[in-house]
Design a protein. Structure first.
Length: 558
């Protein structure tokens, strides 16, 4: 143990900022060294990282993406759009808008993609739309999710349509897209996750690695896998960790370290009767959490971690940047579980240094894929894409305050409930009665408000909603704006434009999204999520101009 510690010391002591933990070697015990995390030289806020991300995004802006076939048309555009989302671009950025239009066109056409690699394309589209705006694009996300679930094979994995076996690479995108959608409030059958977790467990090589095309020996057996690699190993282990989080077997637990950083995930036992009941509803044969063998899963992840550390290669070929995106996802989960041998690797620093050397003068990266695809993957690594998503997910008893969060999730840092479906007149009755038991639920989760099928505000409801937009409490105004927008009635546009002048920016954003929804102009006119009065005034002027092209006799009372 001492020899291993000294070897690590000799390897890392020369790296800037990495010597801070080694003072513990002066003591008689080695436990402080094992417990102390070596300081990272780079973070997403490091100037070197920001410079690379900015150069990569400039390249993606300036170079038109020309895919080789239809699945790359959808998947490639969504991957590029996701890179801009993680790079903090606004929803009106041309590359994001282009990806949205591609998603909508594919959904409208019934998703007519080539069967060979459609799992990648559909999975990336789900991830992109969920990260962009899960409420605005709920219809498209649901259609894509349903299609993705239909692609899952009987054994649990995803793969090429013309092959019976599963594909580790494709299966990780089946899991990733399902996990992202679940955490955005969409319904994903729990049995699908249990099945794919079983497939990953059965197709792990005895060494701990995973291969490209999984060889499934059947339950209770093992088989050597072909083409094992670091890329497929982090894909397999990362997917198992996502499955465990999906089922509630691991959760985020907000514990503060001395540096103020949340420790995050801990393995937990599901004891809540409400949680068990929720999981039973997802599985006809009993609780999904009970069907996922966590001792077996933990052992599989530990074997993968040991194999990966022994075979660690930050610049693995040939699909290097695709691999780096999988690596960031895997390591982000490990950081929040506190488990896995490869957690001790300085993988992010090594990745940053590798990307500094391999970035071309025009800002791109390239391996065996299209340079725009490789560049997007590199940006997702540098921006810690999965880590930023995990930070938005808050589970843990201390956050609940004793309340059950089975039907709740986090939106912009607020705990809100999942879909709230009512008739239009019922919503108004609740809004007009603060003592109604559903009042707080409604105003606290306006983004999840859905009108019952076939329901829309009538003349009386519309008149009352207009009154509420003008004079209710901020939360009530936000709900009223959303309800008016969901009517898709062009007569309500002047009221929505009026709501853009609201002093509460939540209401302004609701009105902005409502106008985009009613007009089908998803680019909008540039109102950001953060308050910016100059851009707001410019957008109001443009929305008025747009409306007068439809209603020339419209009069706005400023």
């Amino acid at each position: 143990m001492l020899e291993a510690a000294m070897s690590s010391f000799r390897r890392d002591i020369g790296h800037p900022l990495r010597f801070v933990c080694y003072a513990s070697l002066m003591g008689t015990a080695l436990y402080p060294l094992a417990a102390c995390r070596v300081a990272d030289a780079y973070t997403t806020e490091s100037p070197e990282v920001k410079k690379m991300v900015a150069a990569g995004l400039r390249y993606l802006e300036q170079d038109d993406y020309e895919p080789k076939d239809d699945h790359e048309q959808l998947g490639g555009k969504c991957l590029i759009g996701l890179a801009f989302i993680k790079g903090n671009a606004t929803s009106t950025h041309p590359k994001i808008v282009e990806a949205v239009k591609e998603c909508q066109a594919v959904v409208e056409a019934g998703i007519p993609l080539r069967e060979e690699k459609q799992t990648y394309a559909v999975g990336m589209a789900i991830i992109f739309l969920c990260e962009l705006d899960p409420q605005l694009y709920a219809r498209e996300i649901k259609a894509l999710l349903e299609y993705m679930q239909g692609l899952q094979k009987e054994h649990g994995g995803w793969g090429y349509a013309y092959r019976d076996n599963g594909d580790t690479s494709m299966s990780q995108y089946g899991v990733l897209s399902s996990w992202v959608a679940k955490n955005k409030g969409f319904v994903v059958p729990g049995n699908n996750i249990q099945r794919v977790a079983g497939w990953f467990l059965r197709t792990q090589d005895p060494s701990g690695a995973w291969g490209y095309q999984g060889i499934d020996p059947g339950e209770g057996k093992s088989a050597s896998q072909k083409e094992t690699s670091p890329s497929m190993t982090v894909a397999g282990a990362g997917s198992l960790l996502m499955c465990a989080h999906f089922t509630g077997n691991i959760r985020i637990k907000q514990e503060t370290t001395v540096e103020g950083v949340p420790e995050a995930f801990r393995l937990v036992r599901v004891t809540s009767k409400e949680v068990k009941k929720k999981m039973e509803s997802e599985s006809q044969d009993g609780p999904l959490s009970a069907k996922l063998d966590m001792s077996r899963l933990r052992a599989a992840v530990d074997r993968a971690g040991a194999w990966y550390q022994a075979n660690y290669d930050i610049s693995w070929q040939p699909y290097t940047y695709y691999y780096l995106y999988s690596l960031e996802r895997y390591q982000s989960f490990l950081e929040r579980t506190g488990s896995g041998a490869s957690r001790s690797l300085n993988w992010y620093d090594d990745g940053v240094e590798f990307l500094q050397k391999s970035q071309k003068e025009n800002g791109s990266w390239e391996s065996r894929l299209d340079p725009q695809i490789d560049t997007s993957f590199a940006i997702l690594f540098l921006t810690r894409s999965t880590n930023t998503t995990l930070k938005k997910i808050e589970y843990g008893d201390e956050l609940r305050g004793g309340r059950d969060l089975v039907n709740k999730r986090v939106v912009d840092g607020r705990i809100v409930e999942d879909q709230f479906t009512r008739q239009a007149n019922e919503v108004l009755q609740i809004l007009d009665d603060p003592d109604n038991p559903d009042f707080n639920r409604l105003v606290g989760s306006s983004q999840n408000l859905l009108l019952a099928k076939g329901s829309k505000p009538g003349p009386k409801e519309v008149a009352r909603l207009r009154q509420l937009v003008a004079g209710g409490e901020p939360e009530v105004r936000q709900v009223a704006v959303r309800l008016l927008a969901r009517s898709r009635d062009l007569d309500q546009v002047p009221t929505l434009i009026y709501a853009l002048t609201d002093p509460d920016w939540r209401v302004v954003c609701e009105a902005r999204d409502g106008l985009r929804f009613v007009s089908r102009n998803f680019e909008g006119y540039g109102i950001p999520n953060q308050q910016d009065n100059e851009r707001r005034h410019a957008a109001i002027k443009k929305w008025k101009q747009w409306y007068t092209t439809l209603r020339p006799d419209a009069i706005f009372n400023d």
